[in-house]
Design a protein around this ligand. Sequence first.
Ligand code: SF4
Length: 247
Amino acid sequence: MKVQTGGITELSTVDYPGHVASVLYLCGCPFRCPWCQNFTILDKKNCQEVESDKIVEKILENQPLVNGVCITGGEPLQQLEGTIEICRALKDADMDVKLDTNGFYPEHVKRILEFVDFIAMDIKAPLEGEKYAKATGRKDGKEQVEKLKQTLEIITKSDVEFEPRTTLVPTLIDSKEDILKIADSLKSYGINRYVLQQFRPEGGCLEAEYENYASLPRDYIMDLAREAKKILPEILIRTKESGEEKV
Ligand code: SF4
């Protein structure tokens, strides 16, 4: 089956915890987050149509040095059948598979669970329609929040390793109040782990305005993380200053 892809990064040590991983970018996304850094692959005009078995073949060339694959986007689950095909083939070849998702496709998540080892999911804002709409550049945030909640239900009932994460974007999602609301929501699903990551404008953003915002400092993010730690036991932060840190 053919998929639309934005390419492969052959070696990465930062995209799949505990792995030397290849990163596969799949095109298309239902959101338009104004700070999106992968904006060139949100629609298909900058993408290539490639047979999924060719992609798998290419990735497997780097085994055993590469022991995992991070499938990201865009939103990979917009191309569900192709993504399943790739994940299945990678699992058959003994690769660990991590999926990055925005949580908008609960039914697709349900179908792909058996073919992935790890899911990282963006929590773009507190689970409130207005805030979610603003963070994702869409008019109706209510539907997004509903779908996200369904996805959380599905993942937390599964055995797949799970990492919910929020990118702290100046002016959009940067307050203690917002982070504590998200941490509270995660707790209500029985989730222990939460990752705060730093927004990095260096590579450009969907809306140019966001390229003018500086990343929030590591110490500010650490302070927010310490507050979140009062709600959830396992908090991590990721910043360019200090890499990944447990709080
Ligand atoms: S940051 Fe937003 S718009 Fe960009 S790929 Fe992720 S969900 Fe889609």
